[in-house]
Design a protein around this ligand. Structure first.
Ligand SMILES: [Zn+2]
Length: 468
């Protein structure tokens, strides 16, 4: 091992406990992004906890002697170096709601067997802490910079990235290139585009209630419908079908379906409960006997999660298949209100597709309440900065995986030339947690400390190479 490499490892080892302590401090703030609690006077567009989190982070950075700037509570930045050209490093300080099923307390983090446990300890406060310590390293070593290093921290990544959208729309400037430290290693060179829709489908008069899911980007594992039908009739029609519960209801019968939940970008391992229910009603013959026109529409249009029923199944080499998810369903005044999460490949002709789909919806008397398109992201893997990242990743880890593509969206979709690169490295599974625990949006979110420090080393080497 070279002398400077040894020094870096020793420095990291000497700062391990401080990094863990800082990360735990940050996790104690339950910074769920709440635009509904916006307070413009206090510059808190995402509620008091995000305001407190951003204050805490900026105060910590300025106590270390770095120049900081609060971008009106939407996001914040800190700098090391005076060079006008900058390299960005972006992370988000907001977290997803804690949800249910935690064994540990979500906002009282603990360290156990080399892991930290708590909401946000991985996604994405661990990367913000890496940013802070990268700056500390550069400062302690008085590294002279030909490009300044800029840490950028947002407060609404998990709720649609309005934080940096607002900052950019109001004239904020971002570096020529930025690392988005909110994915896996190595470099993500392509992200599918996002196509979100909010539609109202005529239900049919025998549907009295219908609900499933809470967020657009999750595949619902449970759906419930109340039908204008006796419990006996429902039981005899649906008796042979699996994954259903049939219970009496004041108004008729309540049918509950069970599917398998998951992330909208990965329908391959899941089973959408809305479709389980719709298909059961069709197979039982009830969709013909009763007026359930909305159900027939859903069963046909979303018959696969790849857009086949919508008429635009497609894929490309760079970013893979189009995926579609019906994530939230509510019953509203005789209509089925549905939120769709569609992710389209980089090369798909999105304008033609949305026009065609609008025409199809209008034929079926479906109303479009809202339609929002997020552009896909693509960077040529041969770009010099991508090659530098890949090479350093290979040097540190010995892993020669090529740049990858993903269906999920990070700040890459919003921050120009924001390249998603890390900070997640393949980590062991915490054996003290049951199956289904430990993931970044699930209960008992964990961060594995050793691989976290490894990621720090990769980033530090990239910055020394590009900026020093
Ligand atoms: Zn994240």
């Amino acid at each position: 091992m070279k002398a400077d490499e040894l020094e870096i490892r020793e420095w990291i080892a000497a700062h391990r406990d401080d990094m863990v302590r800082d990360l735990m401090d940050w996790v104690r703030i339950p910074s769920v992004s709440r635009a509904d609690l916006c307070d413009p006077e206090k510059k808190a567009p995402y509620g008091p906890e995000c305001r407190r989190m951003l204050d805490h982070a900026l105060a910590r950075l300025s106590a270390e002697g770095f120049r900081t700037e609060d971008h009106d509570g939407y996001c914040g930045s800190a700098w090391y170096g005076d060079a006008p050209e900058e390299l960005g490093f972006a992370a988000h300080l907001d977290v997803v709601p804690e949800g249910f099923g935690w064994i540990y307390a979500p906002y009282e983090p603990v360290e156990k067997d080399g892991f930290i446990i708590g909401r946000g300890c991985d996604d994405n406060k661990s990367s913000a802490i890496i940013g802070l310590y990268l700056m500390k390293y550069l400062k302690e070593h008085q590294i002279r910079m030909k490009k300044s290093f800029r840490l950028m921290m947002g407060c609404a990544e998990e709720t649609g990235m309005a934080d940096f959208r607002h900052y950019l729309a109001s004239g904020g400037q971002v570096p020529e290139f930025s690392i988005i430290a909110d994915g896996g290693f190595p470099v993500c060179c392509a992200q599918k585009g996002g196509w979100n829709m909010d539609i109202s489908i005529p239900a049919g008069k025998d549907i009295l209630d219908f609900s499933a899911g809470n967020v657009r980007n999750a595949i619902p594992d449970r759906a419930e419908m109340v039908l204008n039908l006796s419990c006996e009739d429902a039981l005899s029609a649906l008796k042979d079908l699996e994954k259903l519960e049939i219970i009496p209801d004041d108004r008729g019968v309540r049918v509950i379906s069970h599917g398998k939940g998951g992330h909208a970008a990965h329908p391959e391992d899941s089973d959408n409960a809305v479709l389980v229910l719709a298909n059961a009603l069709i197979r039982s013959g009830l969709a013909e006997r009763l007026d359930l026109s909305g159900i027939s529409f859903i069963a046909e249009t979303f018959r696969t999660p790849y857009g086949d029923g919508m008429g635009f199944a497609c894929k490309d080499e760079i970013s893979g298949y189009l995926t579609s998810n019906i994530g939230v369903v509510r019953f509203e005044a005789g209509t089925i209100r549905a939120l769709l999460d569609i992710r389209y490949p980089v090369s798909a002709p999105i304008m033609e597709m949305t026009d065609a789909f609008r025409a199809y919806l209008s034929e079926h008397k479906v109303i479009v309440n809202d339609l929002d398109i997020e552009k896909p992201f693509y960077i040529d893997p041969e770009t010099p900065i991508v090659k530098t990242f890949q090479k350093i990743y290979l040097d540190v880890t010995g892993d020669d995986t090529a740049p990858y593509s993903m269906g999920g969206g990070t700040y890459s979709r919003v921050i120009p030339n924001g390249i998603t690169f890390g900070g997640g490295l393949q980590a062991p599974r915490p054996d003290f947690l049951p199956e289904g625990h430990g993931s970044c949006h699930g209960p008992d979110e964990v961060k594995h400390i050793d691989t976290w420090l490894r990621a720090f080393e990769i980033y530090l080497k990239c910055i020394l190479e590009l900026c020093a």
